[in-house]
Design a protein around this ligand. Sequence first.
Ligand SMILES: Nc1ncnc2c1ncn2[C@@H]1O[C@H](COP(=O)(O)OP(=O)(O)OP(=O)(O)O)[C@@H](O)[C@H]1O
Length: 237
Amino acid sequence: MAATDSSHAHPLLQVSDLAKRYGEGEARSTVFEQVSCEIEAGEFVAIVGDSGVGKSTFLNCLAGLDSWQQGQVLHQGVDLSTLDEAQRAIWRRAHLGFVFQAFHVLPHLDVAQNVALPLMLLGRLNADGQQRVQQVIDAVGLQGLDQRLPQQLSGGQLQRVAIARALVHSPPLLLADEPTGNLDPSTAQQIMNLLLQQTRDRGTALVLVTHSAEAARRADRVLRLTAGGMQAETAAP
Ligand SMILES: Nc1ncnc2c1ncn2[C@@H]1O[C@H](COP(=O)(O)OP(=O)(O)OP(=O)(O)O)[C@@H](O)[C@H]1O
């Protein structure tokens, strides 16, 4: 019976034969090609690879923030290349959370306003939405700091704001690009713990780009991006 249930017909994310190139003719350079992978709902997958191999570019392709020259990115069966710019923006709002190394918290909005932003853009900032904002702020350990401006927060606190904002609308997928790269080792560990706990609690799939072997070790699977494709990394002995 389960095989006929359409909600299980597609993986959460399916990437087939993706290629990213810059330039034309003689000047053409390939960042990566023949990249394929699947991510299931609720999975935590770490993506590792040499510096400059295109990990951030790949993550941006998954979010439909960057374009590609060949292949497909399907989210629950929806082919991102069939959506125009405006449709992608609307799709992104509903289906994704994104956390960056440089936090990307809006400087003129306070903590609660930053966290509320996705719900506001989705037209869901009603009484339930406001309550949800408060719950998420508490869940990431920022209780009492709702009205602080970003300039009054530490790096670790700023990343907590970014995580709360990425999860407030309960997206099925969270993309994180080196989210602990700007933090000291002890804060980085706290933020990784928080990211994992919050995504696991909600059944959110997490795709994490990282240079940290320690962070990658905690993933369900580790994938290595190379210029010629994506390979499953086997666990160290
Ligand atoms: N406009 C462009 N023209 C040509 N090449 C470009 C352009 N923009 C980016 N690149 C190249 O794309 C590659 C991928 O960059 P990206 O930042 O995605 O790599 P990364 O694996 O995330 O690197 P890091 O681990 O150092 O953050 C780089 O080698 C970069 O030089």
